[in-house]
Design a protein around this ligand. Structure first.
Ligand SMILES: [Fe+2]
Length: 257
């Protein structure tokens, strides 16, 4: 049994979600309506010593006692996330002082900082999406995301199988997102925070498949972890992200909506 919202009752129609026209590059580049994004500064960073990134508070997940994901597992995972935020800030500050004269594509301090900047920042932001779509009742999707998944995969069962297979195939992340270029739901896999990360795709549902996400609870049994993940998805959060992405596809959305 599904809880699909009828198009007339839904904030977005299936057609809006699935067949929104392609977004031109010029639109993306000229938009000045950037929303508050994950781990972005809450105010302009005008001081050299001001940390631009602030870790979000996910302690509510610990109090919810998620099915199949222990407090110990989540607590360690949240601490890891906080470390990425800390390193993103550190790199941000070091880039202001780095030696430019030694720039070199084999090795230079600037190269290393630039390479690790996306690792740290993506590590922070993708974790915010991940924690932000945990804490729900799981089960079958509802609302517009359900309609979009049914349209793309044929049924929720097929999406479920695809997501788990993708989760078994990748080494870092699986991103179910709104592909702004084609105006529909799409799925991507990452091996590291900054390896294979798609451009202009707004994450709607993010799955962490790094071993650190489940090793405490399941050892190397990733399949059991994937089952636990499915049981704790917050489909309401996914629907909010999708709604924001479709309404303003040129903008990124806050992972914690
Ligand atoms: Fe993680």
């Amino acid at each position: 049994m599904t809880n699909e919202v009828k198009p007339s009752q839904s904030e977005l129609s299936r057609r809006d979600v699935l067949f929104m026209g392609a977004i031109t590059a010029s639109t993306l580049l000229t938009s000045n309506t950037i929303s508050k994004a994950a781990s972005q500064p809450s105010s302009p960073d005008t001081s050299a010593g001001t940390d631009p990134y602030v870790a979000k508070d996910f302690s509510v997940l610990l109090s919810k006692k998620l099915e199949g994901l222990s407090q110990s597992q989540l607590n360690q995972h949240i601490k890891l996330y906080q470390g990425y935020v800390k390193k993103a800030n550190e790199i941000h500050h070091k880039l202001k002082e780095v030696d430019l004269a030694s720039a070199n594509a084999t090795y230079s301090p600037l190269r290393e900082l630039l390479a690790e900047q996306s690792y740290a920042l993506n590590g922070a932001i993708y974790h915010e999406y991940y924690f932000g779509n945990l804490g729900g009742k799981g089960g079958e999707a509802t609302g517009d995301i359900r309609a979009a998944l049914d349209e793309c995969f044929g049924s929720f069962s097929k999406f479920n199988d695809y997501l788990k297979a993708a989760g078994k195939s990748m080494r870092g992340w699986v991103i179910v997102g709104y592909n702004t270029r084609i105006g529909r739901i799409d799925t991507f896999g990452l091996d590291l925070h900054n390896v294979f990360s798609p451009a202009n795709v707004v994450p709607v549902l993010v799955l962490d498949v790094y071993e650190h996400a489940y090793m405490i609870d399941y050892g190397i049994d990733r399949v059991k972890y994937l089952d636990a993940f499915m049981q704790n998805i917050d489909w309401e959060a996914a629907n909010k992200r999708l709604s924001l992405a479709v309404k303003s596809p040129c903008c990124l959305v806050d992972p914690v909506v």
